[in-house]
Design a protein around this ligand. Structure first.
Ligand code: AMP
Ligand code: ZN
Length: 116
């Protein structure tokens, strides 16, 4: 996807602070961190969102989750963390390349959603 900012990060055309990389996935610091630890984990292959995954994506999705604890621990959140995947319009997804947020740090991240 030539106009996708996260594909451009994969291709090295946009800089990012990479914290983990293998042949299938890339993790980098969020440019606007919501917590002291805020890492985005993406598939290197362009997948738009959880709403567009196909059966062949199962392995990479599993890898993104399976690596989360290792990434969080290495980045300074060894006692737990939260993962989030915003999806589509209702999920307020801003970047249309599937990404898993890892948020954490030394303090608990708080309630899952603000109560209204
Ligand atoms: P979402 O609302 O789930 O689509 O989240 C998109 C996230 O991408 C936001 O937390 C942004 O701060 C982050 N983001 C956008 N552009 C970049 C970038 N170039 N490098 C790192 N993070 C980015
Ligand atoms: Zn992309």
């Amino acid at each position: 996807m030539s106009d996708c900012i996260f594909c451009k990060i994969v291709e090295g055309k946009i800089p990012a602070k990479k914290v983990y990389e293998d042949e299938d996935i890339l993790a980098f610091n969020d440019i606007n961190p919501a917590r002291p630890v805020h890492v985005l984990v993406i598939p290197k292959k362009h997948i738009t969102s959880l709403a567009t995954v196909v059966a062949e994506d199962t392995a990479v999705l599993g890898k993104m989750l399976a690596k989360a604890n290792e990434i969080a621990t290495a980045q300074g959140s060894p006692d737990g963390f939260r993962v989030l995947i915003n999806t589509g319009r209702i999920g307020n997804q801003e970047v249309p390349h599937l990404h898993l947020h890892i948020v954490g740090g030394p303090e608990p991240v708080g309630p899952m959603l603000k109560r209204i």
